[in-house]
Every structure is written in structure tokens, then in C-alpha cells.
Design a protein around this ligand. Structure first.
Ligand code: NI
Length: 171
């Protein structure tokens, strides 16, 4: 497996609408293995293909806690087909926006249709933290970052902190 290069805000690939995968073949599986490896190395719970510079509708997620058995999920061409009216607020972070976090309100549960690692059609009812991860990562495929869900003021404050952090890391 290969660790892939992470693309960070404000790289334009993060704003693009990603393209559908036509067939889940060995090349796509190899890429998903590499995405998962990259996510684990970076201690992320989810990763979308545009974050590693590939504008395709592919997401990997593993919300297993430390010490629990890993539980990788692979989503190809995922689509949310149902959202609960009930919402929940959760603190989110993103590997493309290092070391920042903010609270985002989203539907508490969602139903998602997708193709799995073997190209088989699946449907999953995601609740709790998995629902947050699914919505956050699927947003990436449509060029949406979690900071796009914040008020303008909150987003500007967060981006200022990110800028400061980057300057500090350069010095
Ligand atoms: Ni993200």
C-alpha cells in the first residue's frame, strides 16, 4: 500500500464535483487500499478521493475507536437517499484543513446507497458519528467542505487560525 499525498484547502480540486466511477475494478480497489492506508496514517476517520487529488466519487470511512477492531467501509458512487428530520450538532475536523475543528449541524441519520469494495450495491442506515462521517465525506464529492456549513464569521475566524498555523509551521 502507498501513502498518498493530501491536498489541503484551498486547493481547487477540493471545490470540484467529482466524477462517477464506471466500474469497480482492481485499479479502483488498489486506490481504495491506498486511501485507507493514508487515512490511518493521518489518524482520520474518513477520506474522500478529491482529498488525495483524484476527482472520483470514492470515500473510505472507519469510525472504530482506538483499541476496537478496524471496520473499514468503502463507498463508490455513494448517494444519500434519505435524511432524518432530526438534526444533531457535532464537532468536525478535516484532513484538508489541518488542526481546526468546528461544530456543524446535520441530519442525525441518513440512508446511503453505494457500491462496495466488490462493486456490489449496498444500502446503509448511518446513525450517530457514522452519519456525521458519511455526510462530511460525501460533501467532499460535491466540492463542499464542512466550513461551508458555518456562518461567514465563524468560517473567516477558522481560516485565519489556519493561516496563522501555516505561518508558524513555516518559521
Ligand atoms: Ni474532510
Amino acid at each position: 500500500m502507498t501513502k498518498l499525498k493530501l491536498y489541503e484547502y484551498p486547493h481547487p480540486i477540493l471545490k470540484k464535483i467529482a466524477e462517477k466511477v464506471t466500474v469497480v475494478d482492481d485499479q479502483i480497489r488498489q486506490f481504495m487500499d491506498d486511501m485507507l492506508e493514508t487515512m490511518y496514517v493521518e489518524s482520520g476517520v474518513g477520506l474522500a478521493a478529491p482529498q488525495v487529488g483524484v476527482s472520483k466519487r470514492i470515500v473510505v470511512i472507519d469510525v472504530a475507536m482506538e483499541g476496537e477492531k478496524p471496520n473499514p467501509l468503502y463507498f463508490v458512487n455513494p448517494e444519500i437517499v434519505w435524511r432524518s428530520d432530526e438534526t444533531e450538532v457535532c464537532e468536525e475536523g478535516c484532513l484538508s484543513i489541518p488542526e481546526q475543528r468546528a461544530e456543524v449541524e446535520r441530519p442525525a441519520s441518513v440512508k446511503v446507497k453505494y457500491l462496495d469494495y466488490n462493486g456490489k450495491e449496498q444500502e446503509l442506515l448511518a446513525e450517530g458519528f457514522l452519519a456525521v462521517a458519511v455526510q462530511h465525506e460525501l460533501d467532499h464529492l460535491d466540492g463542499i467542505l464542512y466550513i461551508d456549513h458555518l456562518s461567514r464569521l465563524k468560517r473567516q475566524m477558522l481560516l485565519k487560525k489556519l493561516e496563522k498555523l501555516r505561518k508558524f509551521n513555516k518559521e
